[in-house]
Design a protein around this ligand. Structure first.
Ligand code: NAP
Ligand code: F7E
Length: 322
């Protein structure tokens, strides 16, 4: 039985990846932070499985990481933990840099010193590209990084240090450069889930308005379930390499809002307002990923479309709030 260790296991991707690996017969161990409300840690982990185990820890606690990795000796390590909210990274830049940059280094050291024969996946992000776009309108593995947020800058460090460790110490380390991916388990302060949840609340008469920031940015939105499949494929290839994971389609926030409100037979113009508090000091205006490298090397293509992903989120919030 293969053993996987997942940091950020209580997050959106960590929870779906756990379910995916458990179905494949893995023993899954996940790192969770101690929280005074333990339910906060388990709300996405309601699956019960004898092969699933959680351990308290933090990416900033090197001693704890070393102890866990040396005790567990996993075959696969997925480093998904991060302060993952871009706008909030402007509010707490130092914490974001510590977790998303130094935290990666802490995990790499725990892996190198204790379980160097394991395989290591680093959760890299399209936010690293920032304002950089190739002349054909896509971002891909060769596109230079010009990050425009503390989050993006810290992720570039995580990407670079993991590539450095791969070569310097001959370790099996891969990066998935994932574009935005969503689901009903997405934090409700990310734009898709915020829009869907609030639109359903408006439809039910529970709210009167939705306040957003910049509606003119474009994102390449996929579904988390499709993207955790890609993580596992990328890590299990014998040649460690880095891959973009994306749908190749881009929509503006405004188009996404229009779709969600339209599905609920609401005219979004009547309910949606801009609140400057949701604007960012610097915005990333446009993302569209070219995942040809992944699609040509593996049998991967997304099962969800932009529409089916949002439809699933609408059904989820209808059930949850209804
Ligand atoms: P998420 O839902 O925010 O989950 C992140 C997890 O990391 C949370 O469970 C969080 O714990 C944990 N965490 C935060 N700081 C930590 C620390 N110092 N030590 C230990 N754990 C810590 O994010 P996600 O959407 O699943 O994303 C997974 C990873 O992919 C992240 O690294 C993210 O940056 C990256 N990524 C995401 C996307 C996307 O669109 N979703 C795209 C590209 C890359 P708490 O629950 O206690 O807060
Ligand atoms: O914003 C705009 C906002 O916070 C998307 C993370 O998973 O993907 C994610 O980062 C767009 C931005 O995601 C609101 O300005 C408008 O242009 O949902 P988001 P993100 O910043 O793209 C990358 C790839 C990651 O790696 C990150 O971890 O929507 N927007 N109004 C808003 N965004 C939010 N959150 N809230 C608003 O009210």
């Amino acid at each position: 039985m293969k053993k996987a260790f997942i940091t950020g296991v209580a997050g959106q991707d960590g929870s779906y990846l756990s379910e995916y690996l458990l179905k494949k017969g893995y023993e899954v161990h996940g790192l969770v932070r101690r929280n005074s409300v333990p339910e906060n840690q388990s709300s996405r982990l309601d699956f019960i499985n004898k092969n699933f185990h959680t351990h308290y820890g933090d990416l900033l606690d090197e001693g704890g990481l070393n102890k866990l990795i040396s005790e567990l000796m996993p075959d696969e390590i997925y480093n998904l933990a991060a302060q993952s909210h871009v706008r909030i990274s402007f509010d707490i830049p130092q914490f974001t840099a510590k977790t998303n940059a130094i935290g990666v280094l802490n995990m790499l050291e725990a892996f190198r010193l204790n379980a160097p024969n394991a395989r290591f996946y680093q959760a890299s992000s399209s936010e690293m590209f920032g304002i950089s776009v190739d002349s054909d309108g896509f971002q891909r593995e060769t596109t230079p990084f010009i990050p425009v947020s503390p989050y993006g800058c810290a992720k570039v460090f995580g990407f670079n240090i993991s590539n450095n460790y791969k070569k310097a110490y001959n370790l099996h380390i891969v990066n998935g450069i994932l574009f935005n991916h969503e689901s009903p388990r997405r934090g409700s302060n990310f734009v898709t889930n915020k829009v869907v949840k609030t639109a359903v609340e408006i439809k039910m008469g529970l709210r009167k308005r939705l306040e957003l920031g910049n509606m003119d940015s474009y994102r390449d939105w996929g579904h988390s379930k499709d993207y955790v499949r890609a993580m596992h494929m990328i890590l299990n290839n014998d040649k460690p390499d880095n891959y973009v994971v994306a749908t190749g389609k881009t929509f503006s926030v405004r188009e996404m809002v229009e779709y969600v409100f339209g599905k609920l037979n609401l005219d979004f113009n009547k309910y949606v307002f801009q609140n400057p508090k949701y604007l960012r000091p610097e915005e990333l205006p446009y993302l569209k990923g070219d995942s040809s490298k992944l699609r040509n090397n593996f049998d991967w293509k997304p099962e969800y479309t932009f529409e089916t992903m949002l439809d699933e989120m609408i059904v989820f919030w209808n059930n949850e709030l209804g």
